[in-house]
Design a binder for this molecule. Structure first.
Ligand SMILES: Nc1c(NC[C@H](O)[C@H](O)[C@H](O)CO)[nH]c(=O)[nH]c1=O
Ligand SMILES: CC(=O)[C@@H](O)COP(=O)(O)O
Length: 156
């Protein structure tokens, strides 16, 4: 195959500081996302002393706080961890939609990678599956994505 210059991010977290933003809402699920993210970062070289956990009420509050943390420039990346589980009203759509959009805007405005580790599921079972069982762990995925993106941005 024609060899082209390729830029990829090393999955090496040593020396990097990260902020993790986690919700209390559905915390029996979210705590497993936090555990997955922390385990991933430590296993890839991060020091626990370099990880800061910020607890929030719910996903709707995330963009504001994630942006503030990113804007400090104290952290290489921010990882948002939550679980928005559909109920009986359209509230899910607003919470999930604004959370996702707000996090994306915060990353663009600050230039700091902000991982979207927020489950948006129709059922509790779907959330459980994606918090460390047969659907993987979205906290791990978000941490991995932020780490790789940090390392890519360093090269640009
Ligand atoms: N239903 C869920 C919420 N709702 C709460 C909102 O996120 C917000 O805290 C409230 O509207 C006050 O501003 N939050 C979740 O994280 N997950 C849910 O399933
Ligand atoms: C995602 C939500 O906001 C949801 O859990 C709220 O439940 P409901 O729509 O039954 O009020």
């Amino acid at each position: 195959m024609q060899h082209v210059k390729t830029i990829e991010g090393r999955l090496e977290a040593s020396g990097l500081k990260f902020a993790l933003v986690a919700t209390r809402f559905n915390d029996f699920i979210v705590d497993r996302l936090v555990g997955g993210a922390v385990d991933y970062l430590v296993r890839h070289g991060a020091s626990k002393e370099d990880l800061t956990l910020v607890k929030l009420p719910g996903a709707f509050e995330m963009p504001l706080v994630a942006r503030k943390l990113a804007a400090t420039k104290e952290f290489a990346g921010v990882i948002c961890l939550g679980a928005v589980i559909r109920g009986a009203t359209p509230h899910f759509d607003f919470v999930a939609g604004e959370c996702a959009k707000g996090i994306a805007v915060a990353a663009m405005e600050t230039g700091v990678p902000i991982g979207f580790g927020v489950l948006t599921t129709d059922t509790l079972e779907q959330a459980i599956e994606r918090a460390g069982s047969k659907g993987g762990n979205k906290g791990v995925e978000a941490a991995a994505a932020v780490l790789e993106t940090v390392r890519v941005l360093e090269q640009l």
